[in-house]
Write a protein that binds this ligand. Sequence first.
Ligand code: ZN
Ligand code: ZN
Length: 767
Amino acid sequence: MAGEFIRVTGVVQGVGFRPNVWRLAHECGLRGRVWNDAEGVLIHAWGRRQALDVFVQRLRDEPPPLANIEDIIRTLLDAPADLPEDFRIVESREGKPHTGVAADAATCPECLAEVLDPANRRYRYPFTNCTHCGPRLSIVRAIPYDRANTSMAAFSMCAQCQAEYDNPADRRFHAQPNACPECGPQIWLEDNYGHRLPEGDVIEATADLIHAGNIVAIKGIGGIHLACDAANAEAVDTLRRRKHRYHKALALMARDIDMIKCFAEVNDAEAALLNDRAAPVVVLDARGERLAPAVAPGQNSLGFMLPYTPLHHLLMQAMNRPIVLTSGNRSDEPQSIDNQDAQQRLKQIADYYLLHDRDIVNRLDDSVLRVIDARPRFLRRARGYAPRSIRLPDGFATSTNILAMGGELKNTFCLLQDGRAILSQHIGDLEDAATYRDYQHNLQLYRQLFGFTPALIVIDRHPDYLSTQWGRTMAAEEGVQLIEVQHHHAHIAACMVEQGLPLDTDKVLGVALDGLGFGEDGSLWGGEFLLADYRGFQRLAHFQPVPMPGGAQAIREPWRNTFAYLLNSPVWERVAEGYPELDIVRFLKTKPLGVLQTMVSKDLNSPPASSAGRLFDAVAAALGICRECADFEGQAAIELEALAAVHFETQADFAYGFEGQDDSLSWTPLWSALLKDLADEVAPGIIAARFHHGLASAVAETAGRLCAQHELQTVVLSGGVFQNRLLLARTSFLLRDQGLSVLSPVATPANDGGLSLGQAVVALASC
Ligand SMILES: [Zn+2]
Ligand SMILES: [Zn+2]
């Protein structure tokens, strides 16, 4: 008889891993024991040599759904004097925990079948879950991850639930949120005055209220949503008005894929993503029947998700069309997670509330993905994905714990520990005070969950970012070293590391296109060509800087960027004379142009920016998109992309030009051609398509030239502007066509949501 000591690492706790080991050991006829410790799961197993091999192979091949095995390490053991009689799960040993907690997961098929089975004791019970599904990060307060440290502590299990919990052969063995109608959380429906609606099926009643045009706040896994009938134009308009959110697309939930297909195109990759246990919102091309126009104004896409809790499943079965399911908040605030807070903050928005008595401890927004250039890409990484770790490539194994604070907008933070990066869920825009508090709460939580103390703190170079300021304060208070990392270097490094480039990689050409980031020279960057590795970078080329008259005001009022571009290229006076009839020219003439011109010429509150985002704003405003004001950063670019999509295929030969002068890309030729097209009354969609082609060609041509000059093989594309589907796909195509290898982010968002990962690895590389 042979004995082995088997160590399993990865996400292997709180996911039904030990019962799975127990089952496989029994099936392979092994004796021994299994337990959790600080590093993961440990197994002592005795049996025939061949049986042990089969056992380990099956461990690898048949993990429980939520597990994520990183390593299985086998060591031979001498058989002890008292060989165990059987195979057992034994109590966990003490130790500093490192394994954290799993991500929240959509209801599994077994649990759903129980919820829909009238003979089952969990029939129509909205909180049904098991070790394969249900809430995780959203309910955890501390580690170790057991019931007492979650918001399920308030509910004591009934005898039947306890028996399931204690039985290694049961799907609910050690399922911490295990519950049933007898002992678990309850839901209720109340009106806007806090009066509970009479008994009865509250989920059916909620569906009726939504059908009748009401807005209902619904408490979910990671937050409280606002729901309304997505086909009811008046309801959707009312929701937008009350939420003060006028343009950002609203997420939708549909009963099943067939229902989604009535409104949008769903290919195989998108269907797989919708069905993923993370159940993200997937952005799809709109097609077929129409929903209310205000669901996604100015866009030809729709963001759909499928039900991910039993409550959602039951609700959607009672609905015959999709619902809007958007975060429960007013415009820029964080989503509400608490019953009382929701009753106050959503009072002016929701007509009714479908609430429950299980606390949401940690806010987790819905994740958003889109399939671009044949691969799913994150627009927002949160529920269902956080806090899954990203394994770092060769060279990054280190004992230095690094905390990276992230950026300002779409903030996430990142912990680097034991060769793994743990990226937080999307936190949001830190300018909002409540979001900033949430950021601090989550930082403390993650430190606790992962037993993490930073040896090094990393911040962006922007002195005004709140993340930068708090990072500085923390470093001073804790006596920890502080490192600043340049914004666009962090964007490129994040993509490099998630794509597996080792620490000692050859240099790459990083192309970072985004809104604004603080440059090495103190000016604002955002259209950058960097010769980079993890340790450093050299700015080889960039978009020609253009002033932003009014500073931050130029972000909110895109026409200011149009004027700034037209001041020099070709020259505003000539444009005004040459095209007096153009809509954009007439519009600009109503503005105090003299004042702006003076501001720019005297360099007053007109910071120059080499930003791709501002170029998008300028072109969009010239076409009449978001001309007066943009509701949120990136709105003009999103609408411009939507406009271009229809004509994109036919316009490749009509790409607008650019001028490469040494290290600077000037857009003068683009503006000359664009103005002429406007004067010739070329359709705005065609102009938008030519602009996208022009930008892709300019980037690919410049990148190709720089790669040849510096003997580079790999181009890395990142930054928020590369969330643009047309631009990313076309630029990648043109670069591959030149024989270059192209990397772009997949495991993290290309926008500032991925920044903290890049900051962390750059800091580690420079240690
Ligand atoms: Zn389940
Ligand atoms: Zn029970």
